[in-house]
Design a protein around this ligand. Structure first.
Ligand code: ADP
Ligand code: MG
Length: 352
């Protein structure tokens, strides 16, 4: 899965800032009808055509959010875009444009930026969004990538974190915990490699988990699946920091409590067997791991029949009155365990 680095090393200085921007962006084409002016002018112009504009931005810093020892640059570019598109999807909106800003030290050759932009281009294609601008500067430290995503949606469709009601059902897309275990495997094999560079990494059979970590996908498909089921979510958030911390965000902002059922948390078989190998409880990987980029949302209890058998979604609990707090009903017993936020926090744990 890890790719060979491009062996050529052209210093960025040979192109200069403007030459570099042109070089990296000239292959991008513009497909959205609402993109009016893209890269090349002082600012981009987009035409929302009567819809609301949804905007989100994220910074990824080397050594804090990613480790270039085991993250291929193309994957980094792809993932940086995807995590932003996930935020737009979490508003129940459709992503349309992105802006990409890069700060890079001269230890990176032009070819490194080319690889990042290959990942960016792949994500633009896969999610049908236009790259309409960005900024480029040098950095004394490592690589920093900042991505801004823009989306459009009619006002009645947009879903906030703050509008869940007691008795609403709590639903999640896909399965959880895989990205965290993918990271555990990468870190284990990286440590082995550092200790002995001749050792071959043992990553066979873990493809699904490695992909969940290195090449996650944004659930931009959920919006239309729910529309087809005739379901308008009552609140929604994407799972970037772990199920526990996202439940607490919905709870806090909506003024409700949640009852979560451990046995309902969707886990892939490989997640279960690999968690076992690391002596971890897979449900804890789902609760505290993060980076799964699935969507967590609430729906009115009357919508139960519309969603109950859908393969993309799992009902994992329900909202309660705020005074009832946030608790998980443990598997195999009726015991309750309080949900606490141990979601990964880059500001508190810069070494994570
Ligand atoms: P300014 O000096 O006005 O900020 P720049 O020279 O930085 O202009 O940018 C020129 C054009 O190239 C703008 O449209 C800008 O959005 C775009 N651009 C700059 N850097 C990047 C980048 N890393 N990726 C994509 N577009 C970029
Ligand atoms: Mg600029």
């Amino acid at each position: 899965m890890l790719e060979e680095k491009n062996p050529q090393r052209t210093p960025i200085a040979t192109l200069g800032e403007f030459g570099l921007i042109k070089h990296l962006t000239e292959k991008f084409s513009f497909n959205k009808e609402n993109t009016m002016i893209a890269i090349g002018d002082d600012a981009a112009v987009i035409h929302p055509q009567g819809r609301k504009v949804v905007i989100s931005t994220d910074i990824l810093a080397e050594g804090i959010h990613f480790n270039l020892g085991y993250v291929p640059l193309k994957h980094l570019g792809y993932k940086a875009v995807v995590v932003n598109l996930s935020d737009i999807a979490a508003m129940n909106a459709t992503p349309t444009q992105i802006l990409v800003s890069v700060a890079v030290s001269n230890r990176f050759p032009v070819e490194a930026l080319e690889e990042i932009y290959e990942g960016v281009a792949l994500a633009c294609q896969r999610y049908n969004v236009d790259l309409v601008g960005g900024d480029t500067t040098s950095s004394n430290a490592g690589l920093i990538l900042s991505i801004t995503a823009i989306g459009m949606e009619t006002e009645d469709k947009i879903v906030k974190r703050s509008t869940a009601q007691p008795n609403d059902l709590l639903v999640v897309s896909g399965d959880l915990g895989g990205a965290y275990l993918g990271l555990q495997i990468l870190e284990r094999e990286h440590a082995v490699f550092l200790a002995n560079p001749d050792m071959q990494p043992e990553m066979d059979g873990y493809d699904y988990l490695l992909e969940r970590q290195l090449k996650p996908e944004a659930r931009t498909d959920v919006r239309s699946i729910l529309a087809e089921l005739d379901i308008q979510p009552t609140s929604m958030i994407d799972i970037s920091d772990g199920l526990a911390s996202e439940i607490l965000h919905l709870s806090d902002q909506s003024g409700v409590g949640f009852r979560l059922y451990e046995e309902k948390i969707p886990l892939d078989t490989l997640t279960i067997t690999t968690a076992d190998e690391f002596n971890l409880n897979p449900a804890v990987c789902a609760l505290n791991g993060g980076e799964d980029y699935e969507l967590l949302f609430t729906i009115a209890s009357g919508d139960y029949d519309k969603i109950k058998n859908h393969p993309d979604f799992t009902i994992i609990g329900h909202a309660t009155e705020q005074e009832d707090g946030n608790y998980m009903v443990l598997r195999g017993s009726n015991e309750l365990s309080r949900i606490t936020a141990q979601g990964w926090d880059a500001l508190l744990n810069p070494d994570d």
